[in-house]
Design a protein around this ligand. Structure first.
Ligand code: NAP
Ligand code: GDP
Length: 323
């Protein structure tokens, strides 16, 4: 193997939910190839909202490929009260990472959008061509516009320099190493944390925020990690690609609460706090493009197994988890 064949893959956000899942798949599930060196970094390695720190990080590792996950991330309620920060911080991080990647000759960058940045008023299922077709839901417009600008930047880098800077569009992600903070988490880690607290305190009522009616597609972080690695190796277009479970696997928040209760073997009452926001009713995304590229035998982890794995992980790790 010549040195020219060597891939140095830098994963920004490598200490987060998705980054840790990629690390697990690469290091524990045997997905690392001989010519690859993987580097996982978090905000302690460099604050990527700072250009000088970003440059230093790239000078240290000389990546040939970047999986760019680092972002200010959070669930509905965190977004609703911090639109300005979500917008400014993510715009800075993304500009620094893409421009430094360009300046240092990185061959490919895969950045992360989200199905929650699509237009609020739209037709379903949403697909990759619809990202910019109208305003996002008002609850998370800061995050959404910053993420949409990644797609704009990717196209501009391609137009000016021919660079393959692309993006993946995951649906709602969950799994080990999630953020379980009650104020900033997404719904699955929030509900796992809440029910665990209820059980530990001997309580009998599990309160779910909102009406329980909204629908969501959820992807297990380990499945998403496998798909991002697939994109790294096999997908060479600037156009975004949705990484989601099938449309038929969409579940309501109420069904989700039942699944989590079953995983905990909780027999108490589930209540819905309808004074809390529901957010966007649904964001049903089509994974047709992904399915057309994936091997036909690719299987997502069944939802109940992935939920049980996540609950078991939290039960074993709650003392050191992100709370
Ligand atoms: P996460 O668990 O909150 O992790 C965020 C990561 O970003 C951490 O590694 C964090 O580092 C890093 N980070 C944050 N601010 C940074 C900064 N200023 N400089 C450097 N690093 C910084 O998030 P995640 O759920 O894994 O999300 C990964 C990507 O997927 C994000 O781009 C997100 O927008 C996207 N996404 C997530 C979901 C979801 O449901 N979670 C859905 C769709 C798309 P430290 O922990 O070391 O501070
Ligand atoms: P979204 O998928 O981007 O909207 O973000 P979330 O993962 O935060 O999911 C929000 C949906 O879950 C909304 O319908 C909320 O009303 C509902 N939900 C129910 N309980 C909770 C909770 O404890 N935390 C969060 N973040 N959402 C909750």
């Amino acid at each position: 193997m010549s040195d020219g064949d060597k891939l140095v893959i830098l994963v920004t956000g490598g200490t987060g939910l998705v980054g840790k899942a990629i690390k697990t798949v690469v290091e524990e599930h045997g997905e690392r190839q001989d010519n690859e060196q993987w580097i996982f970094v978090g905000s302690r390695d460099a604050d990527l909202s700072d250009l000088e720190q970003t440059k230093k990080l790239f000078d240290k590792y000389h990546p040939t490929h970047v999986i760019h996950l680092a972002a200010m991330v959070g669930g509905l309620f965190h977004n609703m009260s911090n639109n300005l920060d979500f917008f400014r911080i993510n715009m800075k991080i993304n500009d620094n990472v893409l421009e430094t990647s360009y300046q240092t000759g990185v061959k490919k960058v895969i950045s992360c959008l989200s199905t929650c940045i699509f237009p609020d008023k739209t037709t379903y299922p949403i697909d990759e061509t619809m990202i910019h077709n109208g305003p996002p839901h008002s609850s998370n417009f800061g995050y959404s516009y910053a993420k949409r600008m990644l797609d704009v930047s990717n196209h501009a880098y391609y137009e000016k320099y021919g660079k393959i800077f692309t993006s993946v569009v995951p649906c709602n992600v969950f799994g080990p190493y999630d953020n379980f903070n009650l104020h900033s988490s997404h719904v699955i880690p929030g509900l796992i944390r809440k029910l665990h607290d209820v059980i530990m305190s001997g309580g009998g009522v599990f309160t779910v925020l909102g009406s329980g009616k909204p629908l969501r597609q959820f992807i297990y972080s380990i499945d998403l990690a496998r798909l991002i690695i697939f994109v790294l190796r096999e997908y060479n277009s600037v156009e975004p690609i949705i990484l989601s479970v099938d449309e038929k696997d969409e579940v309501s928040i109420a069904e989700l609460a039942t699944r989590i209760s079953e995983a905990f073997e909780f027999k108490g009452e589930i209540k819905f706090d309808t004074s809390a926001a529901d957010g966007q009713y649904k964001k049903t995304a089509s994974n047709k493009k992904l399915r057309s590229l994936l091997p036909t035998d690719f299987k997502f982890t069944p939802f109940n197994i992935a939920i049980t794995n996540s609950v078991d992980w939290y039960k074993s790790n709650y003392k050191t988890a992100r709370l």
